[in-house]
Write a protein that binds this ligand. Structure first.
Ligand code: SDX
Length: 424
């Protein structure tokens, strides 16, 4: 095994180097504090590996993304979301029988307990659907207290995947005052979600194949992305042996932030703002570059991708195809493309390697599908559920895993004595 040498106070420390299957190298500092008394510091964990994982590989310099070794381009082109869920969670593409069994689970567990339906009566119509989703997923623990054991884990995995799409659709129906639509067992995962979102008792709703295919690609593209903020949150919570529902609910909360999954909603709001400002996109490019202006080009930049985000490339193409098939001419798509073209040729963006990320085009597609802006991050969460579950399962299956507990460098007051109130 390779090793690295670190010198501190004139003392040399030999640290083992771990090499991954794609040749990535990590200096293992597990023993460093015990031997030197010092820790390493990396605020935001930009250069720190939290674990070794076999689920997702990203090469940010080359714009590569693979789920269990399969290129994202091939999965987006050929797979169903149910196949990708199975692949991420169980490690291989399912056989016909395995997929049938798994899909049946996603179908027959999509109802939620009738008592949970009452929860929706308590939410205000203005409730953000991410708040609803995170609390509903956590509340599943009240109906399905975890019992240790493989079978129960597999059952809870399909419960969450199946019931989350129902809860997401119901949060939308609640927000527009329409009756909740129950899942239908004869529909596929994507068709069933769209039916629960858009069908009404007063007329027959046909789920379009174009929308089903677009949703399938969107869910696959969002399914996993190694140690991003929300996945790391799921691993952090799961490392304390908290139940699966609490761990995934924490992931939903982390994803909600505008710097993470909440960016897709912010991108649409930004594009709409530019449109209302005479589509003067160059003005907003200049604002994004202005250090005195806190405006950021939402949907641009990435901690890992320092080249194009392959998901954005796929989504840009899908936008053209789906909007044409739907006969939608969305001025926001044109503004997005003009922003991208200007930014990719602007020194500020080029120097900082800022490219469109997955959130830049996804909102245009969701909007074309009739999904409201404040549901965009919920759509991201539905896609990311299998990735979160896969990482939680990998952590639980690793006998060497232990509770995550980072250290710190204290910078507060040194020791001082308590002074009675009268003397302050
Ligand atoms: C996701 O981690 C994942 O894998 C996440 C994700 C996943 O699938 O899970 O890919 C999903 O979260 C995608 C990212 C969505 N967020 C956004 O689109 C929000 C806008 N982007 C930025 O806030 C930012 O780019 C981040 C948060 C994505 C990355 O932030 P970093 O890595 O901490 O980069 P930084 O903030 O240190 O920026 C480096 C420089 C700075 O300028 P300088 O101080 O060097 O002069 O680039 C600038 C930043 O000001 N910069 C931007 C910018 N993003 C970075 N300037 C203008 N607009 C931007 N969007």
């Amino acid at each position: 095994m390779d090793s690295a040498k670190l010198s501190l106070d004139g003392q040399d420390y030999e640290l083992p180097v771990v090499v991954g299957s794609e040749g990535e190298r990590g200096v293992d500092i597990t023993r460093f504090r015990g031997e030197s008394g010092a820790i390493t510091l990396d605020s935001g964990y930009g250069n720190t590996g939290a674990c070794q994982s076999a689920i997702c590989f990203i090469n940010g310099e080359e714009g590569i993304l693979r789920y269990r070794g399969y290129p994202i381009e091939q999965l987006a082109e050929n797979a169903t979301f149910a196949e990708v869920c199975y692949l991420l969670i169980y490690g291989d593409l399912p056989t016909v029988e395995q997929l049938q069994g798994f899909s049946d689970g996603l179908t027959y567990h999509s109802m939620i307990h009738e008592d949970m339906k009452k929860f929706f009566e308590g939410y205000p119509a203005s409730a953000h659907p991410m708040a609803v989703l995170s609390s509903m997923i956590a509340s599943l623990a009240t109906y399905y207290p975890e019992v240790a054991g493989e079978e129960d884990d597999d059952l809870n995995i399909v419960r969450i995947l199946a019931k989350s799409k129902t809860m997401a659709a119901w949060s939308y129906k609640k927000s527009i005052g329409q009756p909740l639509v129950y899942p239908l067992n004869h529909l596929s995962y994507t068709a069933d979600f769209l039916n629960m979102m858009f069908s009404v008792p007063t007329e027959k709703y046909e789920v379009s194949q174009v929308l089903q295919d677009a949703l399938n690609v969107l869910l696959i593209l969002h399914a996993d992305h190694e140690q991003n903020c929300s996945t790391s949150t799921v691993r952090m919570v799961a490392s304390s042996q908290a139940n699966i529902f609490a761990s995934l609910s924490a992931g939903v909360c982390a994803l909600w932030g505008p710097l993470h999954g909440g960016a897709n909603q912010k991108v649409l709001e930004m594009l709409e703002m530019i449109r209302q400002d005479g589509s003067d996109y160059k003005k907003y490019v200049d604002m994004a570059k202005d250090k005195d202006n806190d405006f950021r080009m939402m949907g641009f930049g990435h901690r890992v991708y320092k080249n194009f985000d392959p998901r954005a490339t796929i989504l840009r193409k899908a936008c053209d195809e789906v909007l044409e098939e739907l006969g939608v001419d969305d001025p926001l798509l044109e503004i997005a493309k003009q922003l991208e073209d200007v930014a990719l040729n602007d020194e500020y963006f080029v120097e900082r390697k800022l490219y469109p990320n997955v959130d830049f085009y996804s909102g245009v597609l969701y909007r074309a599908m009739g999904i409201p802006t404040d549901m965009f991050t919920v759509m991201f969460a539905l896609g990311r559920l299998p990735g979160w579950i896969a990482h939680l399962k990998e952590l639980r299956d690793d006998p060497s895993s232990r509770i995550n507990r980072p250290r710190q460098i204290y910078t507060g007051p040194t020791v001082r004595d308590y002074t009675p109130l009268a003397e302050r």
